[in-house]
Design a protein around this ligand. Structure first.
Ligand SMILES: [Zn+2]
Length: 287
């Protein structure tokens, strides 16, 4: 089983108690981990039927139509962009998955193994099943014909691991605002969410509210390198906080948490509508 909540939330512990009780939404490393799980478990098997148990998460398609259009097809390949996962079903159709706040995947054989919050089950002709589970139902499932067109329509920026340094620099040159708000803006850079934006800024030693116009070119280059490092390292750790370095902010964020660098109490602030955790001593605000 692979669950977004077990990836992050269940592991956000501090001094033996859970430091943070809100759900961590799946970000780029989580969705890349889901992609690899999907590829390893569910490609190249014929779909016998699709069991929609809660149509709430379906977008622009009915349960009957989803089942009818997928029946008899095989998932051939997948691609991720930001927090979105697309799976090609034969040649001309793509299944679109977004994991919302609590979405995850589980592949299993017997019906009794179905997860409690399974919303859609893809039942293969070999009788194995892939469940999309989603306790809080902010996830989305849909069918599309063209991934590029979909990304354009949603006006999503380049994937955070696909963007190059000159494109990254151009974003920081052309926009204003707090550095964390820029990192979170999916229309500029796709894939970074609240947890990893904080981690990236902690490692770059930047206060999350720093105005980007105050950043020197070499700081922007460092931010670019750190972004890649953190996201790749998190993917290597299968987005599991227990497998990530203890020097990261991740395991310490939340009330009562202390900076893994200097030991001082972590602070929080609302920036860009999200709660940022940071160390006011290690992360300086550039004015
Ligand atoms: Zn510190």
């Amino acid at each position: 089983m692979l669950s977004a909540s077990s990836c992050l939330l269940a592991h956000l512990r501090f001094a033996g108690t859970i430091a943070c009780v809100t759900f961590a939404m799946p970000e780029l490393p989580d969705v890349e981990t889901f992609k690899r799980y999907f590829d390893a478990s569910s490609l190249h098997q014929r779909i016998g039927h699709v069991d929609v148990r809660d149509a709430y998460i379906l977008k622009d398609i009915s349960a009957c139509e989803l089942a009818r259009r997928l029946k008899g097809r095989q998932f051939k390949s997948s691609r991720r962009h930001g927090k979105h996962l697309f799976v090609r079903a034969d040649d001309d159709l793509w299944l679109r998955l977004h994991f919302g706040m609590t979405g995850s995947l589980q592949y299993f054989k017997r019906e009794v193994q179905a997860p409690k919050y399974a919303r859609v089950l893809f039942v293969f002709t070999n009788n194995h099943r892939l469940a999309f589970e989603d306790q809080r139902k902010f996830g989305e499932i849909g069918l599309i014909e063209d991934v590029i067109e979909y990304l354009k329509k949603r006006a999503l920026g380049r994937d955070a691991l696909d963007i190059d340094l000159s494109q990254f620099r151009a974003i920081f040159r052309k926009h204003g605002g707090a550095v964390k708000t820029i990192l979170l803006n999916q229309k500029l850079i796709a894939g970074i969410g609240n947890i990893y934006a904080d981690e990236i800024l902690f490692r770059t030693r930047l206060h999350p509210a720093t105005e980007i116009s105050a950043l020197k070119a070499k700081t922007v280059s460092k931010l670019f390198r750190v972004t890649r490092y953190i996201l790749k390292k998190a993917i290597e750790s299968k987005a599991d906080a227990d497998l990530m370095p203890k020097s990261w902010l991740l395991a310490h964020r939340g009330k009562g948490g202390k900076c893994p660098g200097c030991g001082r109490k972590l602070r929080s602030a609302t920036i860009g509508g999200r709660t940022a955790w940071f160390c006011a001593h290690c992360q300086k605000r550039r004015l």
